[in-house]
Design a protein around this ligand. Sequence first.
Ligand code: ADP
Ligand code: DP6
Ligand code: CO
Length: 357
Amino acid sequence: MADTKVYRASTTAPVNIAVVKYWGKRDTKLNLPTNSSLSVTLAQSDLRTLTTASCSSSYPSEQGDTLLLNGEPSDVSGARIQACFRALRARRAALEATDSSLPKLSAMPLRLVSENNFPTAAGLASSAAGFAALVRAIANLYELTDNPSQLSLIARQGSGSACRSLFGGYVAWRMGQAADGSDSLAEQVAPASHWPEMRALILVVSAAKKDVGSTSGMQQTVATSSLFQQRVREVVPANMAKMEKAIQDKDFGAFAEVTMRDSNSFHSTCSDSYPPIYYMNDVSRAAVRAVEAVNEAAGKTVAAYTFDAGPNAVIYYLEKDAEAVVGTFAAVVGGASGWKEGATSLKSGIALNETVA
Ligand code: ADP
Ligand code: DP6
Ligand code: CO
């Protein structure tokens, strides 16, 4: 009898927010970056993707592979999502070739159903959590034995930042040198348990879809910004080294300074692009000033801001300083005047979980 069974696997993946940013591709086809990057995984946060992958020979083959994203059919004809499907199918086909008792899942149409519990394409790393969840859900469905670094090679092709969301804790994406991208993968530099006091506060300034997506924004920067050259050659390598040391030493002052400087450097290359790209807005800049005020009042650095390709602020701090940091932002978001009205909500993230499945 023909196998018409529906095979299914689900997974969740968290967002990660870079403290040394990825911005720039040296190879757009393989999605290879111009620089290494480093992030903190917000494993126990309000921001995650839940994805279910299924396949069945009973799914009509003329429909091909499908993705329902936040309840809406989403196009899967793009080269990057296709590269993920192709790589995962090839890994499954290799298993099937060595064990003929395995069902031929690699030949069946895939159906993906995915939900982000936070704004999509708003600069809150939905492509990171989204593609990490997509790759892991299919890898689970196919019962692949690949480790997270090997899966990160596949997730990277869907969205660069996604390669870092397959791990918990503190994660580096090594840019690599190989022309085929085989060494451009993510690895954990420290588990969350190494520095479990780390916290993240997310100030949602806008949940709207950004005007300039990450992919096109960084390509515009690579093509037109001269400041970008200095960032890639000097700023990022130095920041990577300082950041890895700050994490090893659990030195929050150093971690915070590199985080804030790297965010500033990244946004400077955006405004140095031609035409310029502005992701931060007045509310974002007010959040920067609020962090500075919190640090001044504490007499030392207890909070660090960083902004991805959008106006929303992520503020890193240590649990012991929660009152000073969260208290300040909760008061301003809930407050009645000034810039405060621009921020719509606060979300918290805790980099506590090592395993993020
Ligand atoms: P963000 O700042 O949210 O990462 P990007 O511009 O980098 O924004 O990427 C947004 C794109 O990522 C979406 O338009 C969609 O193509 C993809 N994406 C987001 N969430 C998912 C998901 N859960 N599953 C698959 N793809 C997703
Ligand atoms: C500013 O990973 O979204 O968040 O590879 O084109 O999908 P694509 O880009 P994406 O870029 C993320 C840029 C960033 C910095 C970072 O996460 O490192
Ligand atoms: Co993204």
